[in-house]
Design a protein around this ligand. Structure first.
Ligand code: GLP
Length: 255
């Protein structure tokens, strides 16, 4: 695990975008795992800039998003599908046929979840998976207590997560109770992980994920078991860490 601490949110977003852009230049048909939430927005903004001004090409890229609210159609303005479309896909030259976001209105979720897993495999697996982290240590919608070997499935959202996400909905009751999410095991199968976190509200979760014990009570702590994981955070999110960490990935060679 390579922990990179940047001075602020913009710098961490640029750093994370550099890693993705580097992988994309080396493999034009990259299989890119994507996340929602406010944290990766800066990373997407920077990738859009690299596309518009430096010709970063997404035409052969396939994407798989981590999760989606159950009961929201892609057209709903709080669905993750809508979020991705508006904040990323509409701004780059991706082929819509290669975009995958779990379907919140699937007729049969069990069948859909197996299909999603198979679909990822059929593209040779995810090359690099972008991740955020919940204040309670969740990754995607794998809430505390999720099996560390879990696969794509339906999860009940905790009251903490629903409260954290209520800012996006008119009323708290409108926040969906269930989500469809890649499992922790699905995420761990990605060849590389790229976790981004910003702000002191994430400091405790980052401390548990990076330096705490490996436990299902902090699903993000599983990154300690991944062979090639980046954790790119800003100083406030790193404020509870005890270790000494680097400030750039460029001097480090992963082979
Ligand atoms: C949601 C998403 C997660 C995301 C988390 C944190 O619960 N399912 O994938 O990491 O929010 O979001 P934010 O970056 O807005 O704090």
């Amino acid at each position: 695990m390579l922990v990179i601490v940047k001075s602020n949110y913009d710098k961490l977003s640029e750093e994370a975008a550099k890693v993705v852009a580097d992988r994309l230049k080396k493999k034009p048909n990259l299989v890119l795992g994507l996340a929602t939430g406010s944290t990766p927005l800066g990373l997407y903004k920077e990738l859009i800039r690299l596309h518009k001004y430096e010709g970063l090409d997404f035409s052969k890229v396939t994407t798989f998003n981590l999760d989606e609210y159950v009961g929201l159609p892609p057209s709903h303005d709080q669905s993750y599908h809508y979020f991705m479309q508006k904040n990323f896909f509409d701004e780059i030259n991706i082929d819509p046929r290669y975009i995958h976001v779990p379907h919140g209105m699937a007729k049969d979720f069990k069948i859909f979840c197996s299909w999603y897993e198979e679909r990822i495999k059929s593209f040779g697996g995810i090359d690099i998976q972008v991740l955020g982290i919940g204040a309670n240590g969740h990754i995607a919608f794998n809430e505390p207590g999720s099996s560390l070997g879990s696969r794509t499935r339906i999860k009940t959202l905790t009251s903490t997560t629903r409260a954290d996400n209520k800012r996006f909905f008119e009323n708290e009751e409108d926040v969906p109770k269930y989500a469809i999410t890649m499992g922790v095991g699905t995420i761990m199968d990605a060849k590389e992980l790229l976790l981004v976190a910003s702000g002191d509200s994430k400091a405790e979760a980052i401390k548990s994920a990076v330096e705490g014990p490996l436990t299902a009570m902090c699903p993000a702590s599983i990154i300690q078991m991944h062979k090639e994981a980046f954790v790119i955070i800003d100083k406030p999110a790193a404020s509870k860490l005890k270790g000494t960490y680097v400030d750039t990935w460029e001097t480090i060679i992963f082979e």
